[in-house]
Design a protein around this ligand. Structure first.
Ligand code: PEP
Length: 249
């Protein structure tokens, strides 16, 4: 019932020329994908990538958005600015933002609201650190992130939202969560959404797994009942590797 969604997160990679070349190589490789395909690119690549994906099945995403309409927020980007560039998706609360730029559940909540106000589709990232997992706090951490990040949203807000379960210890480390670990965590997230919001929202909401997903492990992860897609960092920087993930079937 839930259309799978595979999104690439280029992070701070790719100059314009490289972005253009990557997308041109990627387009024919993913044209028959049975999932939704998204590229979340640096702000400076948005216009280039938008042109390169015109008429294809690839959707455009950004990697962050500020909550204010406009104003004295040097270095930030507003939802209106992204909308003007025809961006559709935006990653919010990635663990690298939380780790290096003091992103909190509260600021994630505000960014989601701003994105929704402009009809952008937030890809909201949550996940535990290794220390939290090893001390048995995974569920508590996920619970708090869900409650605080999603506070105040109405049922219709979830129609445009995607969640990404990204255990911090699996991001960029080459260490993937086992398919059982990922499925179990996502089942917990869905169950929490069901209890806190509704069964209908929980059933419809797409929840991705992210953390060293690649062509070698995607099939097993995507075979799990609760996993509706992937957020792909490293492997999205190569057209062939990203296509291997997208064409997992
Ligand atoms: C990510 O950036 O969200 C991610 C999951 O990265 P990687 O695939 O490199 O672990």
């Amino acid at each position: 019932m839930r259309t799978p969604i595979i999104a690439g997160n280029w992070k701070m990679n790719k100059l314009n020329k490289e972005a253009d070349a990557l997308v041109k190589e990627l387009v024919p490789l993913v044209k028959d994908a049975e999932c939704e395909v998204v590229l979340c690119v640096p702000f400076t690549d948005i216009v280039t990538v938008r042109k390169a994906i015109r008429g294809t099945n690839i959707r455009l995403g950004a990697q962050n958005v500020h909550w204010a309409e406009s104003g004295a927020f040097t270095g930030e980007i507003s939802a209106a600015m992204l909308k003007e560039l025809k961006v559709e998706y935006v990653i919010i609360g990635h663990s690298e933002r939380r780790q290096y730029f003091n992103e909190t559940n509260e600021t994630v909540n505000k960014r989601i609201q701003a994105a929704l106000n402009y009809k952008l589709k937030p890809i909201v990232c949550i996940g535990e650190t290794l220390e939290e997992r090893e001390s048995g706090q995974t569920e508590q951490v996920l619970y708090t992130q869900i409650i605080e990040c999603l506070r105040g949203f109405k049922s219709w807000d979830f129609d445009r939202m995607v969640l990404a379960y990204e255990p911090v210890w699996a991001i960029g480390t080459g260490k993937t969560a086992t398919s059982e670990q990922a499925n179990e965590a996502i089942a917990f997230i869905r169950d929490t959404i069901r209890k806190r919001f509704s069964l209908k929202i929980a059933d419809k909401l797409r929840i991705q797994y992210g953390g060293s997903m690649n062509g070698g492990n995607v099939k097993e992860l995507m075979a799990m009942e609760e996993i509706d897609g992937g957020l792909i960092g490293g492997a999205s920087l190569s057209p062939a590797k990203f296509a291997d993930v997208v064409n997992y079937k």
